[in-house]
Design a protein around this ligand. Structure first.
Ligand SMILES: Nc1ncnc2c1ncn2[C@@H]1O[C@H](COP(=O)(O)OP(=O)(O)OP(=O)(O)O)[C@@H](O)[C@H]1O
Ligand SMILES: [Mg+2]
Length: 494
């Protein structure tokens, strides 16, 4: 069998971490090869070696049977490999066309950039992807889905043969994901080879030909998707069977903790509801229905035009996240890279940021206490990191998310607002996070969670509120038995 790409016996260590150990990864021409594994398994690292971002310690890379040396992103590009990274790399203030040709147009032949030509080329690339899109739009003006498409157009502009997509669907809505799949199928038809990373296992069966599973930096299996079931994949990913837990409803009336009344701003309209102590409320709705905006409004991150917020029956003026944190709230935001973490601070610094006051005595930090608590959190949340002093940006995506959650556990927040809490989290950790949320609730923490995954809400929520065009249009008690009604309500708005 002739492979287009073979990565052989790849080994890579970072200080304190063996990220990859003797990994073999072979890709057939024209296939969609899915690469999966738990958070921190080594998927992105393997692909960064292929794209010349990291140098491997040992191993070899063969393209069309011939060994190649890839020691820089330029080498990778020259060898026909294009990579779309987990964290998109577009410049928000530039146009789509400028982003596509960024790095290529800086040294134009003859010294002048031919804008008309570039714009036309960008337009052609978009129409190749089945999109009629103005290349003059700024990145910040377009949806997440179109940003992803722009990254793909950028990849195509490099005359690549192999396209690596690292969790491209994570931040996309259902409809955008379908569009992405259409584009991937189109690319396959045109002869491109695609390496596709995702935590959403059902996606693999829709789009993939073969799958490779990594676990703890090691190769576990490569198999045709049609020959392997989802539960087998889960076992390969986490190394054991998963025990599904189900929501235990606590139907007794709970003492009210939060009440919002008539909340209104430019994105939400007349939203009123209560959350009891130890109660978990789900917010479901289509993209743009106002879920994120509602959480932000409660948290003081977006201004209110009208409405009131009561905590323990007392009216509170919450005009900033600082106020909200002082009132015992914590937010796990949707966009962790820009809102959730401070990239070049350590895990510990990120985790203790809101709690520093609590753990300092006459201006001195209680280092021992902090160290102990951090250790507990790392164990409890199974955060995979060599050391609490590791810079958070060196953690895998899912592990960064766990640090954000640990921040509010340490702060002992009374009300947690979660926005897409398991975005980019692997199947095993997902269940762990649900368990943590259930435990928090049973200890009296109030939770409001916005999610586009209905099954996630059904696994953890006592009640589900459906949002539509900024309003809460319906409330579902004991939601588990009403999945299709909830889905319908989100679409119809009634
Ligand atoms: N630059 C780095 N410095 C130190 N450690 C790193 C660096 N990059 C990755 N690691 C570590 O290598 C391991 C593999 O990380 P990698 O990002 O490849 O995981 P992943 O499989 O892509 O996970 P996720 O699904 O969470 O994105 C992790 O333990 C991670 O913390
Ligand atoms: Mg990754």
């Amino acid at each position: 069998m002739s492979y287009v790409l073979e990565m052989k016996e790849i080994t890579k260590s970072f200080p304190g971490v063996k990220a990859l150990q003797n990994v073999n990864f072979s890709v057939l021409p024209g296939e969609i090869h899915c690469l999966i594994g738990a958070n921190g398994a080594g998927k992105s690292t393997l692909m960064k070696i292929l794209s010349g971002v990291y140098e491997m310690d040992e191993g070899s890379i063969l393209l069309y049977g011939k060994e190649v040396k890839i020691t820089s992103p330029a080498d990778s590009k020259e060898n026909g490999i294009a990579t779309i990274y987990q964290e998109l790399s577009l410049v928000e203030e530039l146009s789509l066309a400028e982003n596509i040709y960024l790095g290529n147009y800086l040294n134009p032949k003859g010294g002048f950039i031919k804008w008309n030509e570039l714009n036309n080329q960008a337009k052609d690339l978009f129409s190749l992807l089945g999109l009629s899109l103005s290349p003059n739009l700024l990145v910040k003006e377009v949806s997440m889905g179109l940003k992803q498409m722009t990254e793909i157009a950028k990849a195509l502009s490099t005359n690549c043969k192999i396209i690596v997509m690292d969790e491209p669907s994570t931040a996309l809505s259902g409809e955008e994901i379908n569009k992405l799949f259409d584009v991937i199928r189109l690319l396959k038809k045109q002869g491109y080879t695609i390496i596709y990373i995702s935590h959403k296992l059902d996606e693999l069966y829709t789009i993939g030909d073969r799958v490779t599973v990594l676990r703890n930096g090691k190769w576990v299996v490569t198999e045709e998707l049609k020959n392997v079931s989802q539960s087998e994949l889960i076992e390969h990913i986490i190394g054991r069977k998963i025990e599904k837990q189900t929501k235990q409803y606590n139907l007794e009336q709970k003492e009210e903790f939060l009440k919002v009344s008539n909340l209104t701003n430019k994105n939400i309209k007349n939203v009123s509801f209560t959350v009891g102590k130890g109660e978990t409320i789900g917010l479901y709705g289509l993209v743009g229905s106002g879920r994120t905006e509602l959480l932000r409004a409660i948290y003081g991150a977006d201004k209110l035009i009208d409405g009131e917020i009561f905590i323990n029956g007392i009216k509170k003026k919450i005009t900033s996240p600082k106020n909200a944190v002082n009132e015992g709230m914590g937010l796990v935001p949707e966009n962790r890279k820009t809102e959730g973490i401070i990239a070049n601070l350590s895990i510990e610094a990120n985790a203790f940021l809101p709690s520093l006051n609590k753990y300092s005595k006459s201006r001195f930090l209680q280092q021992t206490k902090i160290g102990e608590m951090m250790k507990q959190s790392i164990e409890k949340l199974k955060i995979k990191a060599p050391d609490p002093k590791t810079e958070i940006r060196n953690l895998s995506g899912g592990n960064q998310q766990k640090v954000i959650i640990s921040k509010w556990l340490i702060h002992q927040s009374k009300l947690l607002l979660f926005d897409e809490p398991t975005q980019g989290i692997d199947v095993g950790s997902k269940d762990e996070i649900y368990k943590i949320m259930r435990d928090l609730a049973s200890q009296g923490t109030s939770i409001v969670v916005a999610s586009s995954e209905i099954d996630e809400l059904l696994a953890i929520c006592d009640r589900v509120l459906v949002m539509f065009e900024g309003r809460v249009v319906k409330e579902f008690l004991s939601p588990v038995s009403q999945k299709s009604e909830i889905l319908n309500s989100a679409v119809s708005g009634s």
